[in-house]
Design a binder for this molecule. Structure first.
Ligand code: 0PR
Length: 373
């Protein structure tokens, strides 16, 4: 730190100029992100609740109430009835809390979790942190976990099984209904990572059974900062049964609230306020409009890619398109040089495009035109 301060005006001017080096969603060229420009109301709500701390709810009762309302709305959307949960820092913390609660409930000496091969790397972090052994189940031809393999992998050490509704790489939706039956048959915790798909699937025509309507689903991750268009950081964790929170409880003796359930202590109330504001502004109707545009655009992209000779890895299930070229890795590097920010996925040797709300039809046309030359 420098010995003397600088005038705030100059500090802000410097930040403004540095910020220019960051990529902008509004350019329509960020094709590798599951986040997007937050809705304009999210920014205003964020500013209003900027100082509030959900880690000290006695001081910020309005922020705490808003968090409860966000959880109630997510739980209603995902048929959770009396589901309980929190607005957390993102999908990583949500997945961590789900598996921590499941592990603490069983209290096994050598706990294991069964993960699809396609599970997000946040589960690797979680397993490392809380001492869970990951046991991986392979996928079927549509990149969804194979439920009969999951069933075979269940052992006396299994504390949970995980399914993903909208995988990070391909947007695939695992057969959660089959996993739910298995979870009930073996009396094991089923966690659904719907960090991405949780705010997509309820708004699309093609129905996937994936939420608390399925009896075996015990917890769900659903992130407002992805397709929810809330400000970062806003993740969500929901538990079907309130009692599960008991397995996450840490005493906080000198605070006015006597315990915490989340991993993060000081938590921004602005995150909850931004999600609350977007939910209220858009409603089911608004989300349906935005989501169906993204799905349509993903299909336009998929058909356009085929037309110019690229091969799709699979038919998109949500708004993620994955394709292959002759030399896919090299193509992805060329695209970056041309200012198209795509992801290259080594294990499938494919390029992945996430068609978020900031990716408009005109951007897709320009992208296809560049690919055709
Ligand atoms: N579960 C799933 C299915 C996810 O897709 C992600 C993140 C997580 C959990 C973890 O969520 P947090 O990152 O909120 O903790 N998926 C994105 C990904 O890995 C995260 C992301 C978003 C990465 C925007 C880059 C980016 O620009 O692709």
């Amino acid at each position: 730190m420098q010995p003397k301060g600088t005038h705030a005006r100059d500090v802000i001017a410097e930040l403004k100029s540095r910020n220019e080096q960051n990529k902008r969603y509004t350019s329509g060229r960020i094709l590798c992100s599951m986040c997007t420009s937050p809705h304009s109301v999210a920014k205003k709500a964020y500013q209003q609740f900027f100082e509030s701390n959900l880690g000290d709810q006695a001081l910020f009762p309005a922020a705490a109430e808003i968090e409860r309302e966000v959880i109630a709305q997510l739980s209603d959307l995902l048929h959770g009835k009396d589901a309980a949960g929190f607005v957390v820092s993102g999908g990583t913390e949500a997945n961590l809390l789900a598996l921590l609660a499941a592990k603490n409930k069983t209290n096994l000496a050598q706990p294991e979790v069964i993960l699809p091969d396609s599970a997000h790397f946040s589960f690797t972090k979680t397993c490392n942190l809380i001492g869970l052994k990951p046991v991986y189940a392979s996928l079927d031809g549509n990149y969804r976990v194979n439920p009969s393999i999951v069933e075979k992998l269940i052992s006396k050490n299994t504390v949970a099984i995980v399914g993903t509704a909208g995988t990070a790489e391909l947007g695939a939706v695992d057969p959660i209904d089959d996993l739910s039956k298995i979870a009930l048959r073996y009396n094991v915790h089923l966690h659904v990572d719907a960090a991405f798909g949780g705010l997509i699937i309820p708004f699309i025509e093609k129905a996937f059974a994936f939420d608390f309507n399925l009896e075996g689903v015990e917890s769900m991750t659903v992130d407002p900062h992805k397709m929810g268009m809330a400000a970062i950081p806003a993740g969500g964790i929901l538990f079907r049964r309130k009692e599960m929170l008991g397995y996450l409880k840490t005493e906080t003796p000198y605070l006015s609230d006597n315990c915490h359930y989340t991993f993060v202590g000081t938590r921004s109330g602005a995150s909850a306020a931004s999600a609350w504001a977007v939910f209220k502004t858009l409603g089911v109707e608004g989300y349906t409009r935005i989501v169906s545009k993204c799905i349509k655009n993903a299909h336009v992209l998929a058909r356009g890619l085929e037309k110019i000779g690229y091969t799709l890895l699979c038919e998109p299930q949500l708004n993620i398109v994955a394709f292959k070229a002759k030399n896919t890795k090299q193509l992805s590097e060329t695209l970056w040089r041309k200012g198209w920010y795509v992801s290259y996925i080594p294990r499938y040797d494919c390029i992945r495009v996430v068609v978020m709300p900031h990716v408009k039809r005109r951007h897709i046309s320009a992208f296809l035109a560049d690919l055709a030359t």
